[in-house]
Design a protein around this ligand. Structure first.
Ligand code: HEC
Ligand code: HEC
Length: 160
């Protein structure tokens, strides 16, 4: 390496470490880190909340989806239906209704799980990768938002 190149490299390294030190000096207050309004050293206790307790079939209203193809939220209670195990799945009993796909759903009638949820829609055979419904579908609770979302569904919504 020529002397001048070596000098240039040393100078560049010095400038880099100097600017890194300058960035380090700009300390961020610990309650400004992340989305939480409190210090990262606090252990906040979230307010106690309860999920909606209306029985399946009595709600009638479906929750607006956050975006097209989002798994819909469960509008009714899941009490006594969870946890779903290998031998216990009440969700399936009401929602595994391939014959109802595409038909008009009236109040109180379970919305049929869509075609993607079966290995074979004609046979009504549920795809086991969908067995644990609560992995994707969750009940809702009426709580105050911890952080306001600026999510814009138009950005991710594709036309089918
Ligand atoms: C007794 C029958 C029954 C059982 C059991 C049941 N559901 Fe439902 N479900 C319904 C009915 C009926 C609706 C329509 C809303 C209403 O009237 O409650 C519904 C609505 C839903 C929806 C909303 C669909 C949409 O397009 O908005 C989801 C998701 C859902 N249920 C998931 C589940 C899951 C997961 C379980 C198991 C933890 C479950 N359900 C158990 C009857 C049932
Ligand atoms: C791996 C994630 C996943 C699992 C597990 C899953 N679902 Fe879904 N489900 C979805 C998604 C995503 C949609 C929305 C599909 C779409 O709009 O194309 C959906 C849609 C639905 C709908 C609404 C259909 C409609 O026409 O509005 C019902 C009802 C439903 N699922 C029930 C169930 C039940 C019951 C189970 C368990 C047996 C289950 N799902 C398991 C992801 C899942």
């Amino acid at each position: 390496m020529r002397k001048s190149t070596l000098f240039g490299a040393v100078l560049a390294a010095m400038t880099l470490s100097l600017s890194a030190a300058a960035v380090q000096d700009q300390a961020i207050p610990d309650d400004d880190l992340g989305l939480s309004k409190a210090s990262v050293y606090d252990t906040p206790e979230p307010a106690v909340f309860e999920y909606g307790n209306k029985d399946a079939g009595t709600v009638g209203k479906r929750v607006v989806r956050s975006y097209n193809t989002a798994p819909p939220m469960i509008p009714h209670t899941t009490q006594d239906m969870v946890p779903i195990t290998r031998d216990f799945n009440l969700c399936k009993d009401c929602h595994s209704q391939p014959d109802m796909i595409g038909k008009k759903i009236t109040t109180g009638v379970p919305v049929p799980a869509p075609a993607s949820h079966y290995v074979d829609v004609k046979k009504g055979e549920l795809y086991m990768g969908r067995w644990t419904c609560t992995q994707c579908h969750r009940p809702q609770a009426d709580v105050k938002l911890l952080v306001e979302s600026v999510f814009d569904k138009k950005v991710v919504t594709r036309k089918k």
